[in-house]
Design a protein around this ligand. Structure first.
Ligand SMILES: NC(=O)c1ccc[n+]([C@@H]2O[C@H](COP(=O)([O-])OP(=O)(O)OC[C@H]3O[C@@H](n4cnc5c(N)ncnc54)[C@H](O)[C@@H]3O)[C@@H](O)[C@H]2O)c1
Length: 340
């Protein structure tokens, strides 16, 4: 088979506006197990949207955008259903920025011949394929953006703003999360920024410049910036899809604020959709009830949903979209707070 035979069927993004999940979420309330947990989580998210004092932090981990969930997050930003994002680099750079440059993810199968895929430079994420040559273009675009900037340390949020500006100037990425976040002044933090396509681009940028001043990423600055936002908010709510670094980073700002001598409330609302288990003691599956013992999440409006995100997030987001309580919210433009 040739490369073009593998890269045929594009991944399509789920459109929460095209279906209304309110009836099924209502029915799930009367059931059990994860259906009931999902119903409770959707209602807590709608409560966050109705609470005029609450700012919402969306946390993203896993391979969500390559699997068709990008437009959900785009619509959430567009309709003021989220106020800031903490994500992995894979989602923001390898998947969102990559698609904004005009590249696609393709449907495949876990039964593929992986040796043949490697020889054809096709990367596989379970049942999806990516053209590695296109990823290299994404890496080099990051390097090009770094080359164009003053050679100083930036928070990942600041660097991602330059990525959004690049897309706007080139008129690329109509449904890009990076671009709409830039245009709506919504901060995106990627605490482990170099662990992605961005890392390859920045390695190339730094290697080329040898002993000259270079662009670098300051992850402590990210943490300080997110803490400053937390301090400015009366209440916060977490909507966490997957676990990993974004989950811990966003939860920890309550403790960071305390260290700065600022009195802040714990996150008032918290939802996590994850496939991880709590019994190994790992962060990704640790419950929100457990997070209360660390002083991070308040009790009463928290909900774990043990489900794969491609199934649970469209239902949860469509419920909140069609409930329409976001219509009373304004965009908070937190980049303005950080950039002044
Ligand atoms: N995922 C990729 O394809 C990819 C590609 C390049 C780089 N990376 C980098 O690897 C690092 C780790 O990535 P990660 O945090 O996504 O790791 P990960 O995939 O291990 O996800 C972290 C946790 O989130 C949960 N999770 C993941 N996918 C889920 C899903 N579909 N539904 C429900 N729960 C889910 C699981 O509990 C998992 O343990 C990051 O720095 C990232 O940038 C990842």
């Amino acid at each position: 088979m040739e490369k073009k035979d593998y890269l045929k069927k594009e991944i399509k993004h789920v459109d929460i506006k095209s279906f209304n999940s309110i009836p099924i979420i209502e029915q799930f309330e009367g059931t059990a197990f994860q259906a009931r947990n999902l119903s409770r989580a959707a209602k807590i998210y709608d409560k966050m949207l109705s609470d005029e004092n609450c700012s919402i932090i969306l946390c993203l981990a896993g391979s969500l955008f390559s699997a068709g969930l990008k437009k959900i997050v785009y619509d959430m930003i567009d309709n003021n259903m989220v106020d800031m994002i903490v994500s992995t680099g894979a989602i923001i750079v390898d998947q969102d920025f990559f698609e904004a440059l005009g590249f696609k993810h393709f449907q495949g199968t876990p039964q593929s011949d992986d040796n043949e895929l490697m020889e054809l430079m096709i990367d596989r994420i379970y049942d999806t394929y990516i053209d590695e040559e296109h990823l290299r273009v994404c890496d080099m675009t990051i390097s090009e953006i770094a080359d164009s900037l003053e050679a100083v340390p930036y928070s990942s949020r600041e660097f991602i703003k330059f990525m959004g500006k690049y897309l706007e100037e080139k008129n690329k990425g109509n449904e890009s999360v990076v671009r709409i976040a830039y245009e709506k002044k919504l901060p995106i933090f990627v605490p482990a920024f170099s662990d992605s396509s961005a890392g390859f681009g920045l390695v190339y940028h730094q290697w080329k410049l040898k002993n000259k001043p270079k662009v670098s990423i300051d992850s402590a600055k990210d943490f300080l910036e997110l803490t400053k936002i937390k301090v400015s908010c009366k209440e916060t709510g977490l909507l966490m899809i997957g676990g990993g670094v974004p989950k811990n980073f966003a939860q920890d700002v309550t403790v960071a604020a305390e260290i700065l001598g600022k009195e802040v409330n714990m996150h008032k609302y918290a939802i996590q959709i994850t496939v991880a288990d709590e019994r190994d003691g790992g962060l990704s599956g640790s419950t929100l009830k457990e997070a209360h013992s660390w002083g991070k999440v308040d009790e009463g409006s928290e909900q774990m949903v043990f489900s794969e995100a491609t199934i649970a997030l469209p239902l949860l987001a469509s419920y909140a979209y069609h409930k329409a309580n976001w219509k009373n919210r304004k965009d908070k433009k937190f980049n303005n707070l950080l950039d002044k």
